[in-house]
Ligand binder design. Structure first.
Ligand code: ADP
Ligand code: MG
Length: 242
């Protein structure tokens, strides 16, 4: 299978802190990868490096063979990488549909006209918000705001979708809905990297896991094997918040 994303000796320091310490991994087309590790291990920083929100200290990231590291975030979005945020970021005074249209505009698509409107509605239906398209996001529940953010991320038809703890904060029944939704999006053939603390989700969804601890990649392999790896278990046991 061809490589969608290559992360090569990626390094990010904040002053004296090495948040991401020469991490390398490959993501093949259609893979749903779990990026896991204790709190503070560098997962969000890694997503910020991939999406261009942060510039690497050193190393390289390639999307379908072309270097993207060092490009501004809007260029990287244009190249086909979309994301959601650990703390949901939506335009709360706008409606669900307006948020999705804003997402389409960000990647150079149309944010006006009947066609744009129709695709926004299709995407909102896709994430379970049919009939709620014109509800202001501020009037929505947390899971529905997360659905809006996901639809907005999908608006540019990204090659690669980055989810930063998209399932966090959901109650048990919402969690099942959320897991199914991610599974369906993955089955459409989209490549996904999900940062997640919900281990049941990792077990059921991910074909592969990359594990970070204190900025270092400590495991990379089939989800079941990685989750049984004593080094991985030790890393999690040392983290009171995990
Ligand atoms: P995770 O997502 O795995 O919990 P993060 O990537 O958010 O971890 O953080 C990794 C480390 O980098 C932490 O020690 C965090 O405090 C630090 N860090 C993250 N972002 C910044 C920043 N913008 N400035 C300084 N330190 C940061
Ligand atoms: Mg994080």
């Amino acid at each position: 299978m061809s490589s969608v994303l290559s992360v090569v000796r990626m390094r990010k320091t904040f002053g004296g802190l090495v948040a991401v310490n020469d991490v390398s991994f490959e993501v093949a087309e259609g893979e749903l990868i779990g990026l896991i590790g204790p709190n503070g291990s560098g997962k969000t920083t890694m997503l910020n490096l991939i999406s261009g929100a942060l510039r690497p200290t050193s190393g390289e990231i390639r999307l379908a063979g072309a270097r993207i590291s060092g490009l501004p975030p809007e260029r990287i979005a244009n190249e086909g990488i979309a994301r959601t945020f650990q703390l949901v970021r939506v335009l709360s005074s706008m409606t669900a549909a307006e948020n999705v249209l804003a997402g389409a505009a960000f990647v150079g698509g149309h944010a006006w006209g009947g066609h744009a409107q129709a695709s926004a509605y299709t995407l909102l239906g896709r994430v379970g918000l049919a009939g709620r398209e014109n509800v202001p996001v501020s009037a929505m529940t947390y899971i529905d705001q997360k659905r809006v953010e996901l639809a907005r991320a999908l608006a540019g038809d990204p090659k690669l979708l980055l989810l930063d703890e998209w399932l966090a904060g959901l109650n048990p029944s919402e969690l099942l809905i959320g897991i199914n939704l991610i599974r369906e999006i993955g089955r459409e053939g989209r490549t996904i990297i999900m940062v997640e603390h919900v281990m049941d989700a990792i077990r059921t969804l991910c074909t592969r896991c990359v594990v970070m601890d204190s900025g270092v990649k400590i495991a990379d392999g089939a989800a079941a094997a990685v989750l049984a790896d004593p080094n991985v278990i030790r890393a999690y046991l040392g983290d009171d918040d995990a």
